[in-house]
Design a protein around this ligand. Structure first.
Ligand code: LHQ
Length: 263
């Protein structure tokens, strides 16, 4: 686990809270923050005490993507961006998507470039009504990354995906929710309370089954209907053998609240 203060990290009630913490730079990514965030998600993979992750940003922004001050051409900086993507962004996105635990994202303010696409890669994304999402890449001659060219057309269709990516027009939280890019827009003042309550609720849930559900829904993107039916059979077999399934059924008959353990 990294002890960098670019990511604030705490674990309580089964929820690992990860806060991007470079508010003066709208939480844009430098290498240190990348490594610290990656360490947070690696912990989420390895620590059974972590049953849900809640990702948010400190200050008025969620994340403005890559810190461009690291890459100023006037300073003679010339980097292989493919290497940056391969070394920093792609491992992070793979960790988020492959984590078989819910990842909730609370978008507290502007989400630009990779910051927007990281929010779209999370499992349940809530945003403050004042937040906006910007595919800022085209403003600087780049291509959407962090899975954006995969998630945008899948979530909102090619027409809207192309328009957002080519124009870099900001999309407000309400519209993002109406279009199905995120789960919902909420009042700024209640964002963190709502996101926390949801995270605590899921962390107390049958997280083994929730993780398998995530895997099944993600697999649908590349499976045929028949392959998906087979996958559902296999995952239901696994879920049906879990302690949480037994507890859920017994609690139903005993007319009490189930006590799930994530096993
Ligand atoms: C920033 C940044 C920033 C540094 C705000 N860097 N300082 C992958 C691989 C390799 C290379 C390239 O990129 C990628 C992926 C990407 O993410 S590419 C996209 C990179 N991001 C952007 O192009 C967004 C740049 N930022 C903006 O367009 C605006 O800041 C937005 C629209 C996000 C917010 O606008 P405002 O609310 O008006 O805030 P601001 O512009 O005044 O920013 C506040 C401060 O944050 C300011 O610093 P200052 O010292 O002047 O107060 C900005 O310079 C700094 N900041 N984004 N990405």
């Amino acid at each position: 686990m990294s002890d960098s203060d670019t990511i604030l990290s705490s674990l309580a009630d089964g929820v690992l809270r990860l806060t991007l913490n470079r508010p003066d730079k709208l939480n844009s990514f430098n290498e240190e923050m990348h490594l610290a965030l990656r360490a947070g998600f690696e912990r989420a993979h390895n620590d059974p005490e972590v049953r849900t992750v809640l990702l948010t940003g400190a200050g008025r922004g969620f994340c403005a993507g890559q810190d461009l001050s690291d890459r100023d051409p006037r300073k003679g900086v010339k980097l292989d961006l493919g290497h940056t993507i391969e070394t920093f962004y792609n491992p992070l996105l793979r960790l988020i998507r492959s984590l078989e635990k819910p990842v909730i994202c609370a978008v507290n303010g502007v989400a630009a470039g990779a910051g927007a696409n990281i929010a779209f890669a999370c499992d349940i994304t809530l945003a403050a009504r004042s937040a906006r999402f910007i595919q800022a890449f085209s403003k600087i001659g780049l291509v959407p990354d962090s899975g954006g060219t995969w998630s945008l057309p899948r979530l909102i269709g090619e027409a809207r995906a192309k328009a957002l990516a080519l124009t870099a027009e900001p999309l407000g939280a309400e519209k993002a929710a109406d279009w199905g890019l995120i789960w919902k827009a909420v009042d700024d003042a209640t964002l963190m309370d709502e996101a926390n309550a949801l995270a605590v609720q899921l962390a107390a849930g049958p997280t083994k089954g929730l993780g398998l559900t995530k895997r099944a829904i993600q697999a649908a993107a590349s499976n045929t209907f028949d392959e998906q039916l087979d996958l559902e059979r296999d995952l239901q077999r696994e879920a049906g053998a879990s302690a949480d399934y037994a507890e859920g059924v017994v609690a139903f008959f005993e007319k009490r609240k189930p006590e799930f353990t994530g096993r």
